[in-house]
Design a protein around this ligand. Sequence first.
Ligand SMILES: *[C@@H]1O[C@H](CO)[C@@H](O)[C@H](O)[C@H]1NC(C)=O
Ligand SMILES: *[C@@H]1O[C@H](CO)[C@@H](O)[C@H](O)[C@H]1NC(C)=O
Ligand SMILES: *[C@@H]1O[C@H](CO)[C@@H](O)[C@H](O)[C@H]1NC(C)=O
Ligand SMILES: *[C@@H]1O[C@H](CO)[C@@H](O)[C@H](O)[C@H]1NC(C)=O
Length: 209
Amino acid sequence: MWLRGLGLVLLVWSPGVLHAIHGEGPCTTPSLKDGYFVPVQDSYSHGTLIQYSCDTGYKPAAEGWWATSQCENGVWSDGPQCVVVTACPRPAIPNAIFYHNSKHWYENGSIIHIICAEGYSLNNQSNTVSCANGTWSLELVCQKHPHACDPPTNVSNAVIIHQKYKEVFRELSEVDYHCKDGFFTQDKKSKKSVKCEAGRWSEVPNCSK
Ligand SMILES: *[C@@H]1O[C@H](CO)[C@@H](O)[C@H](O)[C@H]1NC(C)=O
Ligand SMILES: *[C@@H]1O[C@H](CO)[C@@H](O)[C@H](O)[C@H]1NC(C)=O
Ligand SMILES: *[C@@H]1O[C@H](CO)[C@@H](O)[C@H](O)[C@H]1NC(C)=O
Ligand SMILES: *[C@@H]1O[C@H](CO)[C@@H](O)[C@H](O)[C@H]1NC(C)=O
């Protein structure tokens, strides 16, 4: 009876419980498959770092052969996680689109198709990469398509309507310039459409009174 009462008091006053109320809760021992970490404790306070490494045949999901994970509000950042050494991380290709089958890790032998965002194209004729022993076969880059355009130029007393600002506009994109109230284009209209062709915009309007 006395011991049970003491246990209750310890639970209530445990610093971890108090911190949890303030959103800086401790973490429990991480579950790490195919790897090991130091230090091993039952509880880790917010902000604690652990170092981990993986068994033979596995590597940390983060860079390098050993990695760090931090207790942040009761959750371990970056896993910790060990993956098969031959697996490849999702390729980091700016301006590429990954569809629903996008995963964080791809197993050895996986082949994936890379599709670039609108206005971008691949730097290589091949549009697939394959995972072999932990690295991708090719370094693909999505670069601005040679026929795509930069944003249309700034025209005094006009704005672009119906179109959000973008870094790149694909070929055949059209945008509408709309003159400020009381201003008109050379042919006395309030707006003018321009089109991106072979990397250039057709002639932009000149809005004047
Ligand atoms: C990984 O895949 C590559 C390409 O498919 C293959 O040549 C290689 O033997 C595989 N490696 C292992 C360890 O299975
Ligand atoms: C594609 O990449 C491979 C491997 O890096 C290279 O040998 C080849 O020349 C590239 N092809 C083009 C068209 O850039
Ligand atoms: C991958 O590893 C296997 C077995 O270790 C080896 O036979 C193969 O040549 C390697 N492939 C590449 C692309 O490094
Ligand atoms: C567009 O050009 C006008 C006149 O040259 C200038 O006043 C305005 O600040 C420019 N706007 C931007 C976003 O550069």
